[in-house]
Design a protein around this ligand. Structure first.
Ligand SMILES: Cc1cc2nc3c(=O)[nH]c(=O)nc-3n(C[C@H](O)[C@H](O)[C@H](O)COP(=O)(O)O)c2cc1C
Length: 322
């Protein structure tokens, strides 16, 4: 069983990968997508989305980070994959799942699920462009408007010699509306020559068990669920090993937020720290009621020192109250 951290544009960046892999239980991460059009992108684009390339493509906790590419043309995808591999990416992931209108209109993401031949051409070109030792993984949804081409798309991906396939168990049309249809992955998994990773709507250990039961998969990818519950991967690992693990309490999460401010300030302009913290609190709110309280306390603040002071005060008040 392996657990992967989902790519999430504007949310799971280098700083978030640092925090979540430090908590533990994650076997691999994927960057936000690098948008490929027609040109070979400069190294700085790859380093910006994947600063881990300066450190052998590993997070500070030693977890590999694959570079995700999104685009509709085989040749530009291939040359950019080659570049990412040369810069030290431990693997390349190809995005055929993005539902964003703007991305789909410009020939990328889930719109390509309507064209299995092009999916083949892209994966095949990328596979041939990078060394055999560099895994090429693919991420899809169940389809664009419906699931009618799922079998053709997955066969195309297998024929192109992809290393692994992650399936977000919804179509583009389904958007992010629950549920995720884990059972729709079962046939693909049963007949696949490569590992299949199930993704979508895993918010708890119970969801994990249900997902592997319905999909048959052993490996999973966690997105919003692990943002809401930072030790979810660790909890899932513990149940697999039948070990007891101490579940993170709110004060431990607050400590994580303090560190998040520090690593975020080191990476971005100071004015962005507040928004990043508020964004994470938005996800944490689902699991920790106190996150909503802290959100109210920081919502008008922008500067790191003000946010840090508000978090410190919150910690004192909360500790007194429990
Ligand atoms: C804000 C946001 C940004 C995302 N960005 C990406 C992305 O860059 N690449 C990608 O393949 N999927 C992206 N996704 C999809 C997630 O990787 C994942 O498939 C989806 O959120 C379902 O998993 P979850 O229910 O565990 O969150 C994004 C999802 C969200 C909510």
């Amino acid at each position: 069983m392996r657990i992967f951290l989902a790519p999430m544009e504007g949310v799971v960046d280098h700083t978030m990968r640092t925090m979540l892999t430090q908590v533990g239980g994650i076997d691999r991460c994927v960057t936000e997508f690098v948008r490929v059009t027609t040109t070979l992108l400069p190294p700085k684009t790859f380093y910006r989305l994947c600063p881990e390339l300066h450190k052998q493509g590993l997070t500070p906790s030693g977890v590999p980070v694959y570079v995700q590419l999104l685009g509709g043309q085989p040749e530009p995808m291939a040359i950019n994959a080659e570049r990412a591999a040369q810069l030290g990416a431990p693997g390349i992931d190809i995005n055929f799942g993005c539902p964003a209108k703007q991305v789909n209109r410009s020939d990328g993401g889930s719109v390509l699920l309507q064209e299995p031949d092009r999916v083949f051409a892209i994966v095949d070109a990328v596979r041939k462009a990078v060394p055999a030792s560099t895994p090429v993984t693919v991420k899809i949804r169940l389809g664009f408007n419906d699931r009618s081409l799922l079998e053709d798309v997955t066969q195309a991906i297998f024929a192109a010699n992809a290393s692994e396939l992650t399936i977000h168990a919804r179509t583009k049309e389904d958007g992010y509306k629950p549920p995720a249809y884990w059972d729709a992955i079962a046939d693909i998994y049963a007949n696949s020559p490569i590992p299949i990773i199930a993704n979508g709507e895993i918010w708890s250990v119970a969801d994990y068990h249900q997902c592997i039961k319905e999909s048959g998969c052993q490996d999973i990818m966690l997105g919003r669920g692990i943002l809401a519950c930072p030790d979810l991967a660790r909890q899932i690992n513990a149940t697999q090993l039948e070990q007891h693990v101490r579940v993170m309490d709110w004060l431990m999460v607050v400590e994580l937020l303090v560190q998040f401010c520090v690593v975020t300030e080191a990476m971005y302009e100071r004015k962005y720290v507040g928004n990043r913290v508020k964004q994470w609190l938005g996800y944490l709110r689902r699991q920790y009621p106190q996150a909503a309280v802290l959100f109210e306390q920081v919502k008008r603040l922008k500067w790191p020192e003000d946010i840090a002071a508000a978090i410190a005060l919150h910690k004192t008040e909360y500790s007194k109250a429990i």
